[in-house]
Design a protein around this ligand. Structure first.
Ligand code: FAD
Length: 404
């Protein structure tokens, strides 16, 4: 029995456990995670870990003895298969049973798989965990031709690293632009141009019909019949939240676990945080899931506060970053439901940004090597500030001076 069990041992879980101890929680506390690793950070997986610049030990979120010091029991390599809410019992897939006082569900998501023929051929990889990257690296012969399915952040970061390692790389994106779900056409065009300049074959409106091969994948067939030769296929088409045990226990999980602004589910003993939590988001004006480290950290803190009875609601400004080649992308706010886009600067210049406005107020920004704009815009977005859009288009004008 543990007073608090955190399901999952990733970014959100680690933060929640740390915040609980910092907040004075002295009861028994366990993290149960199905990977064979102490909590680690995922962003470097498609960046410095894939490139070989960082090793696995450097991914750990806390030093190995931290958990012992803080008296947090880490049960790794153990998967929670079922939740009995009435008895407050978790059944692990190895058969062990663990009872909880409170349960924090922090299980993230798993990569969505292709549904076309050939999706399970050898040589087809997804990117979510250390094990995934180790498997990809072991399978990656020198000069192997790589086809990446999905022009989202993970696919594009992977493309950048594998180009850097000298592989021929093709990116297949089903939409007519990259990053269509998360950004605007000017930023999509910026990234398409960036990758093409580095020699990536970026193909838009490319629908995958099938993967072909014998012992392993040899080509990707598109819906127009075109065959793209492939020694390695990397699939980056989004994640599915890991919620099945909670859904089976009767909690609403339409696309993630439904929680309120305090990360509480409708079961008073169960909270949910991080990538798997469908939460009311002030900046979206509706319930969404966010897949980002800042969100996992912020919700880890909010859940700890809730459990400690302090009750500060989640209201953090969403933000995100991505590294590709020598470009650092930083985004703040949510580029959704905007009625005006303001490009700031020249996409081919050293720094570029795109502002998103709704009814004259800045609601989001994407910054490409423009860290100063990022910092200044965060404050404006948080304040729901009305800005002078014409002046905002001039990169010579500091954003912080723009409040109309
Ligand atoms: P996770 O960190 O995924 O942790 C959940 C853990 O729970 C996993 O170990 C999972 O295996 C485990 N689990 C699942 N089901 C069970 C079960 N039934 N029983 C036990 N354990 C279970 N975000 C950024 O902000 N910036 C970036 O640049 C960025 N880059 C990324 C690059 C990659 C390659 C990936 C994969 C993600 C990236 N992210 C980035 C997203 C970020 O890593 C996630 O948003 C964050 O890890 C979410 O934390 P989490 O704790 O919710 O989930």
């Amino acid at each position: 029995h543990y007073d608090i069990v955190i399901a999952g041992a990733g970014q959100a879980a680690a933060q929640c456990a740390q915040s609980l101890r910092q907040g004075g929680f002295a009861g028994s506390l366990a993290l149960i995670g199905d990977e064979n690793h102490a909590p680690y950070e995922r962003p470097p997986l498609s960046k410095d870990y894939l490139s070989g610049k960082r090793d696995a030990a450097k991914l750990l979120l806390r030093k190995p003895d931290y958990w012992l010091e803080k008296q947090v029991t880490l049960l790794t390599g153990q998967r929670i298969g079922a939740v009995d809410r009435g008895a407050r019992v978790l059944t692990l897939t190895q058969g062990r049973r663990v009872t909880y006082g409170k349960l924090v569900w922090a299980t993230g998501g798993r990569p969505r798989r292709l549904s076309c023929p050939g999706a399970d051929l050898a040589g087809v990889h997804a990117i979510r965990s250390i094990a995934d990257i180790d498997g990809l690296k072991a399978d990656l012969a020198p000069a192997a031709r790589v086809v990446i399915i999905g022009g989202g952040y993970i696919g594009l970061e992977t493309a950048a690293v594998l180009r850097g390692l000298g592989h021929p790389v093709t990116v297949l994106e089903a939409q007519d632009r990259l990053l269509a779900r998360v950004t605007s056409p000017p930023v999509s065009a910026y990234f398409a141009d960036l990758h093409r300049r580095h020699g990536v074959d970026v193909r838009l409106s490319a629908q995958v019909a099938a993967l072909h091969g014998g012992a392993r994948v040899e080509s990707v067939e598109l819906s127009d019949g075109v065959q793209v030769p492939a020694d390695i296929v990397v699939v980056g088409i989004g994640i599915i939240p890991n919620v099945e045990p909670l859904a089976a226990a009767g909690l609403p999980c339409p696309n993630g676990v439904v929680v309120d602004a305090h990360c509480r589910t409708e079961d008073p003993d169960i909270l949910a945080i991080g990538d798997c939590a469908l939460h009311p988001n002030l900046f979206a004006g509706r319930a969404i899931r966010l897949e980002s480290v800042p969100n996992a950290v912020d919700q880890g803190k909010v859940a700890a506060d809730t459990l400690l009875g302090q009750g500060k609601p989640y209201s953090a400004l969403p933000w995100f970053w991505s590294d590709q080649y020598d470009v650092k992308m930083q985004a703040a706010g949510l580029a959704m439901d905007y009625d005006r886009i303001v490009p700031r600067g020249d996409p081919s210049g050293p720094g570029f940004a795109v502002l998103y406005l709704r009814a004259g107020r800045i609601i989001a920004i994407d910054c490409l090597n423009a860290p100063r704009d990022f910092i200044q815009a965060k404050a404006l977005i948080t304040g729901g500030t009305a800005i002078d859009a014409d002046r905002a288009a001039d990169p010579g004008v500091e954003l912080k001076t723009l409040a109309a």
